[in-house]
Design a protein around this ligand. Structure first.
Ligand code: UFG
Length: 328
């Protein structure tokens, strides 16, 4: 029998890419998603159960009907700025609802969880690259909510034998290389889709948040990691847990940083369009540089990003952008 995996948030950006890959890899997939940010038509494989982690009855029914071998948890609120405005909502969704999921797992004897964590747990880094030994020092409720869940998972491992892998994504980007899936946030706040929307004529320009950072060209530097490479890390983390290996946390990035201006230049090269830029003040809470040290994931999981080249990442995102919003 195929292993059955519950994908919470499987209708969202990274979740939907993972669902497709798991199905190709002969896993039986059940998606649980409230469709608040996800899309029904992004679930290209498996069974979709529409439900909310806040609804304990729906969760109990889900675990009563299916016998899951593992759970992947992608569902959360993800906007840093919004988390500063509405902290209680972020803690309720990202921490409270995750506790509901963990409790349902413990109650039903499901002992493997892969959790979507973030570079935001490191706050303003004290050194670059950021590896797993870097102190956790979040600077916003979003980052705190993810680091709290990592702590809760460590405690539940000790108390209940719940085995988990926390995957700390740096800047997730790109889209399915065949144009089947991509990023569809509403509102969109991420740099690459916004730059591509400007290139497609859907926006007049791209605003750059801060040009006076202590970086080579004054704009923020980020480590953009292809969504398919994140998916690959999830499959490897799943195998890790299925093989009975211990709980772990991995930083996932390409270990190279690109400035906002570099991203815009690559986008212009990929699209053949000029992108109009407007220099704006800094956005609150943006660290100048975030670059991952990912050697632990490479050594332990055998993870090797397949699309480390920013050009490929932007090319795939452009394929998706053109499919979603054909040029005007
Ligand atoms: N940016 C702009 N203009 C825009 C949008 C973004 O200049 O219109 C800049 C941001 O200020 C930042 C960079 O582009 O310097 C990347 O911004 P994103 O919003 O695409 O991504 P972030 O680095 O802010 O956020 C990502 C994840 C978060 C995670 C964070 C870790 O999306 O979930 O990394 O710090 F918390």
């Amino acid at each position: 029998m195929k292993p059955r995996i519950l994908i919470v948030g499987g209708a969202g950006y990274i979740g939907s890419h993972t669902v497709l890959q798991l199905a190709h890899a002969e896993y039986d997939v059940v998606v649980f998603d409230n469709l608040s940010n996800g899309h029904r038509d992004a679930v290209l494989a498996g069974e979709l159960v529409v439900g909310d982690l806040a609804d304990r009855v729906a969760l109990a029914n889900l675990f009563a009907v299916h016998r899951f071998d593992a759970v992947m948890h992608f569902a959360s609120s993800i906007q840093v700025g919004e988390s500063m405005q509405q902290p209680a909502r972020y803690y309720a969704n990202n921490v409270g609802n995750t506790v509901h999921l963990i409790e349902a797992m413990i109650e039903h004897g499901v002992q493997r969880l892969i959790f979507s964590s973030t570079a935001a747990i490191f706050g303003d880094p004290i050194r670059i690259p950021i590896d797993e030994t870097h102190p956790l020092q979040p600077v916003n409720p979003y980052g705190w909510s993810k680091s709290m869940v990592e702590q809760i998972l460590a405690d539940c491992d000790r108390a209940h034998g719940l085995r988990y892998v926390a995957l700390r994504y740096f800047n997730a980007a790109g889209a399915h290389p065949d144009g089947l899936l991509g990023e569809r946030h509403d509102p969109e706040t991420h740099l690459i889709p916004l730059v591509l929307q400007a290139a497609a004529g859907r926006r007049t320009h791209i605003g750059i948040f801060g040009t006076d950072y202590d970086t080579p060209d004054g704009t923020c530097v980020r480590d953009y990691i292809h969504v398919q490479d994140l998916v690959d890390a999830h499959l490897r983390a799943l195998q890790w847990l299925m093989q009975g290996k211990p709980s772990a946390a991995f930083n996932l990035g390409n270990e190279s940083g690109f400035s906002i201006r570099e991203v815009i230049r690559v986008a212009e090269a990929v699209t053949g369009q000029r992108v109009v830029v407007q220099n704006l003040p800094r956005r609150v809470g943006d660290p100048a540089v975030l670059v991952a040290g990912s050697s632990y994931a490479r050594a332990a999981l055998g993870w090797q990003p397949r699309y480390p080249n920013l050009h490929d990442i932007v090319q795939h995102a452009w394929l998706w952008e053109k499919k979603c919003t054909p040029p005007l």
